[in-house]
Design a protein around this ligand. Structure first.
Ligand SMILES: Cc1cc2nc3c(=O)[nH]c(=O)nc-3n(C[C@H](O)[C@H](O)[C@H](O)COP(=O)(O)OP(=O)(O)OC[C@H]3O[C@@H](n4cnc5c(N)ncnc54)[C@H](O)[C@@H]3O)c2cc1C
Length: 393
């Protein structure tokens, strides 16, 4: 029988094998800078003022933070990054990261762009999935109203029909080109509306395999149960369930809103509870792999090793198309490259879009990497280890 050693995330030679010395040094200085909370706050304030005053700041970001975390301003500019990841057997997920648009014209433009990402994926084997956020193609306050089952005006009813039509058009496109597509999870006060759309799309397009994937945030205490309900729904409806599992990105906002409005906090009582449910969800999906396709969107080493172990224990092929690991571009390469090197399916979200439009995304990445518990310490020490190995320090 084939012996498959467990992957390890310590190998920085593999982790940074795609990076030249100059790129490694750039990453080092960048993570060092964004590891400084005061600097990040100052940078955020400066950037927001510059945006408000419409001062061009693209030049200040293009060669550093944008290059570290984004693929380019359009799909064409992302191709270098896609190829470079592809050489190491890492897939790319083109993530059009323009946020906060509300006009019908902008929402239609975003829909059209997402459809282009599907076509790009169909052309390129190194792009295993597409992705979209429902808030990219729907007005946020309309989603809130639908979520709360509030009555809609005649205008709003038509607007909601247009949103449903956009979601359907994107998923139909994905099915036509045979490109699986993720629907990202968002704030809990619009998530029921997103789940309902995702379930409709899965029932419609997942009849032969998982094309549409919903996202489940295990930092919510009700979501392990929701995963099981989604599985029942798929079994009863005789379709395949696609799920991307994440812990969840909006914890502070969720807690603050619940406290302010006086309803029960939807978030788990502790980090350990989120970790436990994430790993239970991973196991549940693999145990039910005949019906469920799963992508673990995480930078957590333990959870990644957990999924790797469950795959091996169940004697599934490491490159079984129904199971993927995913990380964000520019982060946790030690996980992505080492898993891919060990033969597992790995993909990275590659955000792209006009620099001005993706600044909110970049600010979030910088903030995430600032927190003491965050990942800068880890990124930095791995980069330092590799620099020492290459005798660059
Ligand atoms: C490919 C990919 C796709 C993603 N898609 C989405 C998406 O669609 N929607 C979305 O919301 N996020 C998404 N994310 C973001 C994801 O939720 C964050 O990366 C994640 O929260 C960071 O957690 P981690 O699994 O990397 O592990 P860790 O760094 O170990 O966990 C940090 C997370 O744990 C949780 N946590 C921390 N402290 C506590 C506490 N005290 N109590 C309870 N929980 C706590 C929070 O969720 C926090 O973000 C995606 C991430 C990736 C890599």
């Amino acid at each position: 029988m084939e012996i498959r050693p467990q992957p390890s995330f310590d190998n920085t030679e593999i982790a940074f094998g795609s990076k030249s010395n100059a790129e490694l040094k750039r990453a080092y200085w960048l993570f060092k800078l964004i590891g400084n909370p005061a600097l990040v706050v100052a940078g955020r304030v400066f950037t927001n003022i510059a945006l408000a005053l419409r001062i061009p700041i693209g030049w200040a970001l293009r060669g550093n933070i944008f290059k570290q975390f984004c693929g380019g301003e359009n799909i064409g500019q992302c191709r270098n990054a896609v190829d470079s990841l592809g050489k190491f057997n890492i897939g790319t997920i083109l993530d059009y990261s323009v946020e906060g648009k509300e006009s019908e014209a902008d929402l239609e433009n975003t829909k059209a762009e997402i459809m282009l990402t599907v076509q790009e994926a169909a052309r390129n084997q190194a792009i295993p999935f597409s992705v979209f956020k429902v808030t990219g193609i729907a007005r946020f306050s309309l989603l809130e109203k639908v979520n709360a089952a509030q009555s809609l005006s005649e205008m709003e009813k038509l607007e909601w029909e247009r949103v449903q039509a956009r979601v359907d058009a994107i998923c139909a496109h994905a099915a036509k080109y045979d490109v699986p597509i993720f629907i990202d999870a968002e704030d809990s006060w619009i998530q029921d509306a997103i789940d309902a759309l995702a379930n409709d799309m899965m029932a419609k397009y997942n009849t032969e395999r998982a094309i549409v994937y919903n996202t489940i945030q295990l930092y919510r205490h009700d979501r392990l149960q929701f995963l099981k309900q989604s599985h029942d729904l798929a079994s009863n409806g005789n379709f395949f369930l696609g799920v991307k599992l994440v812990r969840g990105a909006y914890m502070e906002k969720e807690r603050a809103r619940a406290a302010e409005m006086g309803y029960a906090d939807p978030i788990q009582p502790s980090k350990e509870a989120s970790d436990r449910d994430f790993d239970l969800a991973v196991t549940y999906c693999v145990e039910n792999i005949d019906r469920i396709s799963v992508c673990a969107g995480t930078h957590n080493e333990k959870s990644s090793l957990h999924l790797a172990r469950v795959i091996d224990e169940r004697k599934l092929a490491r490159n079984d198309k129904r199971i993927f690991f995913a990380q964000l571009y520019g982060m946790s390469d030690h996980i992505s490259y080492n898993l891919a090197n060990a033969g597992y399916n790995v993909a990275k979200y590659l955000p792209y879009g006009p620099i001005r439009e993706v600044i909110p995304y970049l600010i979030r990445r910088a903030q995430e990497n600032t927190s003491v518990k965050g990942q800068t310490g880890r990124e930095l020490s791995l980069i330092q280890k590799e620099m020492q190995r290459r005798r660059l320090k």
